[in-house]
Design a protein around this ligand. Sequence first.
Ligand code: ZN
Length: 339
Amino acid sequence: MTVVYHPSFLTPTQVHGHPECPERVAAIMAKLEELELLDDTVEPEPAPMEKVLRVHDGAYIDFLRGFGEGYMDPDTYVRPDTLDAALIAAGGALEAAEIAYNERRAVFAPLRPPGHHASSGHGGGFCYINNAAVAAAEYVERGKKVVIIDYDVHHGNGTSDIFYDTDKVLYISTHQWGIYPGSGSFEETGEGKGEGYTVNIPLPAGSGDSTFASLFDRIIAPICSEFEPGIVLVSMGGDAHYMDLLGSLALSTPGYVELLRKTMKMADAVCEGRLATLLDGGYHIGALADVAAGIVGLFDGKDVETEFNETRDTGTFGKGSIERAISAHAGRWSLGRSA
Ligand SMILES: [Zn+2]
């Protein structure tokens, strides 16, 4: 199965001991190797600057280039080689999307540094260049519509900001409510032409497998089928896992695999299977590698024995959130009020 990977994804960007560490991707690659899921590895080029500048301000890129070394925000360190590493991660997003687009299939890319908190004019939350946004903008440039589905435990405020006023990119985010970065409420639905094209599903702590299965079937699937994207991009945060310490959602590894199975099936139905799955967060090293292996196995048609399999949410813990998100969007999209 095609995995887009570059040794640059192992570049340290945060300070020593920080959860966003190179071991995240090293563990994923070691696990994929161990399970013989790495038969086709593609090494990306850095993203061309003209493609990055579709979603980021030139002044911000100049700021990163000239920053030197130190903290850009209290969570996000910058080093002299950080911009180069971020450009290769964005190139990885472009490469994964291009393979998915041309070959009409699902592709996984364990990108570092992550991207979804990076907005046009600023980074933050361990992010510098918005990888998924750079890839999405490429297909918009080619006259296609794109959906970005963000399963990270945190709201992708950068991705949301970048596409808030367009109807060409549909941004759907599931995230825990009440944690960093604080945005992503039901009421944030886009503006201008983009009204209705930002769909937030903020969830209470404890929401897991049953909640995600239900919100996919009741919200994500019908909206995506009505939107008819040319390609589906996933911001694949592993930090909604019950093992992760940065959030309190409760997806299990099989819960993630089931979510991606549904996402893949939807992509098959709406855009001939074009699905690029781009790593964002995920900070429990073992659970992250477990999820990545489960997903790559799914894409490859192989059953992978996973380790973190406890279903903790069997009662659709986030059902109130699902109802509120449906209410917020039933005017724009054809959404049923009950299951
Ligand atoms: Zn996250």
